[in-house]
Design a protein around this ligand. Sequence first.
Ligand code: MG
Ligand code: MG
Length: 261
Amino acid sequence: MIFLKSDEEIELLRISNQIIAKTLGELAKIIAPGVTTAYLDKIADEFIRDNGAVPGFLGQDGFPKSICTSVNEQVVHGIPSEKVVLQEGDIVSVDVGAYINGFHGDSAYTFCVGEVAPETVALLKATKESLYKGIECAVEGHRLGDIGNAIQTYCEARGYSVVRELVGHGVGRELHESPEVPNYGRKGNGPVLKSGMTIAIEPMINLGRRNVVFERDGWTVRTIDRKPSAHFEHSVAIRHGKADILSGFQYIEEVLGDKAI
Ligand code: MG
Ligand code: MG
């Protein structure tokens, strides 16, 4: 069942997502070689709570931390740890959730740690761009498959591969609602998109093969060939027929300037 949201509910979703956007901006200030992913989790947790929200991922299906931090070949759901110290040349995908006023937000960004290999930077740029290609299709009258098709077409044309095992999703009173939003698919397939739908679009794109494995910690997903993977995510409403991005990377971009992806 797809829950359509009123304009008022969409504004509440925007509040959750703007707290996330600001949290990602705070993390952009501190991501550097030598920083642990546990420290990123601590700063994010405090910032989300200082803004009156609750970390949306903490305890979700038993997840033990407030954000997900996935380094290099890790695709998503990496668990922040004191043992994971960011190194020059790493990439770290940071996924943040915040819950306030009865609504969840969900957004992710892949950061460079110092100087990163050009082929990896190119993967990040393409993944971010593919997110916006998908969002362009999130308009009334299109079908859900159009979004995945746009992301897949853009990424595969550049030689990258699209993870199949994990997908985007509806977002609202629950973190994960119907429908599933795959990053692959056929044009014209799937449900018709309607005003009031709120979805998290989140391409997970690999430099090498598309296949992934699940680590023994029960959470972390990594590429089978251990090549890098990128993840960018926005929560998007279809509002008055058009795509309305509820999250945002503007605070990250303010901090990183020219170095933003
Ligand atoms: Mg997410
Ligand atoms: Mg999500």
